[in-house]
Ligand binder design. Structure first.
Ligand SMILES: [Zn+2]
Ligand SMILES: [Zn+2]
Length: 154
């Protein structure tokens, strides 16, 4: 992915620009069995506020994964309202991006930021449908599509 999705926010932080509007399409790496068939659509507005960089906007992504019950394919949409603050000092403290370099110097890594936001929004335990009946633990039959003889007393 390289540096294609890094944005120079130096001017913003130096106070020469009030606001930076950013539209990008970010490819995402597979994450814990989830893949992203399309690039995430990112719309962000960046604003400097003292020692903070305020990031507001939205991210839309499509996800593809496996149902935790029946292992069937699941497609889903993720829509995120972004409202984050990143400290611009050399030391990042007390924010969710502590372990990362979302902001390295004057460069905001939009791909990294997007990946973190999307991955934190992926529901744990994807289901192909609310009432997925799953796979029978006894005979291995997919109870959505077949009736097994185990009478469901698992
Ligand atoms: Zn399922
Ligand atoms: Zn069965």
């Amino acid at each position: 992915m390289g540096s294609a999705h890094k944005v120079d926010v130096g001017g913003l932080l130096a106070g020469s620009r009030q606001r930076l509007v950013l539209d990008d399409q970010v490819p995402l790496e597979p994450f814990e069995g989830i893949t992203f068939p399309e690039r995430a659509e990112v719309h962000l507005e960046l604003e400097a506020a003292g020692q903070l960089l305020e990031i507001a906007g939205k991210v839309d992504a499509k996800i593809q994964g496996e149902c935790v019950r029946c292992l069937g394919e699941v497609h889903g949409d993720i829509h995120l309202e972004v409202d984050e603050q990143v400290e611009t000092g050399a030391k990042l403290q007390g924010n969710p991006f502590d372990d990362s370099n979302v902001l390295a110097g004057d460069r905001l890594d939009v791909a990294d930021l997007t990946a973190q936001l999307v991955c934190s929004a992926i529901p744990i335990g994807l289901l192909c449908k609310e009432d997925c009946k799953g796979i029978c633990p006894r005979c291995g039959e997919n109870r959505n599509t077949a009736k097994c003889e185990c009478n469901g007393d698992s």
